[in-house]
Design a protein around this ligand. Structure first.
Ligand code: ZN
Ligand code: ZN
Length: 283
């Protein structure tokens, strides 16, 4: 398997439109790896796309992906679904009648399917794609596994139980992908993992200076895991290598800052920050 990081930004990608902060100016001027588009990852082998942020069109065009065998959604939040019309762009045939388009399999974990019914019009939009045969929609029940190209994919709920992480097992490797929302998560027994992809968490304290960046009574701390909490979770995982993603613009950390942070992190596990277009080869 290979993990291709399509987008490593968070709900606020870098650069933010119109923003003149140093982080956004740098992202705009230098591009990769200083810019970060919306959160999405692709696993080569099973050929699985996880989530479709607004940047999906651009991300898929610049990627090495030639075929998608399954799209999985982690949760209903807009930064993970609002690029969903890419499913139409990939598959629709507007020339022939009857159409000779292609169909992409889309898998919705149990709670994601429920939330899509009431959030952002996503269920209605995907049902239209399904009716046009742009996609084939599969609703999963908790505990269901999907096998694609010899790799088994198991979605499971996090502590924020409307959000799913995914365990990929195959080709002699085990990979955990948790796109977002680790708040309150106590990792279950997942066994030995080769790689974990986790959201960075918000920086309550600046990871280099230690200065408080978010006031202690800020409501975000009651719903988002902090970077320090994420490091505690990593300590509990049996994992060889961790890639952190979902890096938020409001945390105001540049690619170079994050390189500096990497040097201060636990030495017993390899932890690094992913960047857009990074490919991790596990073959
Ligand atoms: Zn998100
Ligand atoms: Zn900015």
């Amino acid at each position: 398997m290979q993990i291709e990081f399509l987008g490593t930004g968070g709900a606020m990608a870098i650069p933010r439109p119109l923003c003149q902060c140093d982080i956004c100016k740098e992202g705009r001027e230098k591009g990769l790896p200083y810019s970060r588009s919306g959160p999405s990852v692709f696993i080569h082998g099973p050929n699985v796309l996880i989530d479709t942020p607004e940047d999906s069109y651009m991300q898929l065009n610049r990627s090495r992906i030639s075929n998608i065998d399954g799209v999985f959604y982690s949760h209903w939040h807009p930064d993970h679904v609002m690029g969903r019309r890419v499913l139409e762009s990939m598959n629709a045939d507007w020339i022939n009648h009857p159409a000779k388009g292609t169909t992409t399999d889309v898998y919705l974990p149990e709670q994601v399917a429920i939330d899509f019914q009431t959030r952002l019009g996503t269920a209605e939009h995907l049902a239209f794609f399904d009716s046009q045969k742009y996609i084939s929609l599969h609703e999963l029940s908790d505990g269901d596994k999907v096998s694609l190209n010899g790799v088994t994919i198991t979605p499971f709920r996090l502590s924020e139980d409307y959000v799913y992480a995914f365990l990929f097992e195959g080709e002699g490797k085990r990979i955990l992908i948790a796109p977002d929302e680790l708040f309150g998560w106590e990792p279950p027994e997942l066994g030995e993992l080769d790689v974990a992809v986790l959201p960075t968490g918000v920086c309550e304290f600046h990871p280099i200076t230690g200065e408080r960046q978010i006031s202690a009574d800020h409501p975000v701390l009651k719903e988002e895991a902090t970077f320090r909490q994420t490091l505690e979770i990593i300590e509990k995982l049996q994992v060889k290598e961790v890639f952190l993603t979902h890096i938020e613009e409001p945390d105001q950390l540049s690619f170079d800052d994050l390189k500096q942070v990497e040097n201060t992190l636990l030495q017993n596990k390899k932890i690094s920050f992913a960047f857009d277009t990074l490919i991790v080869d596990l073959t």
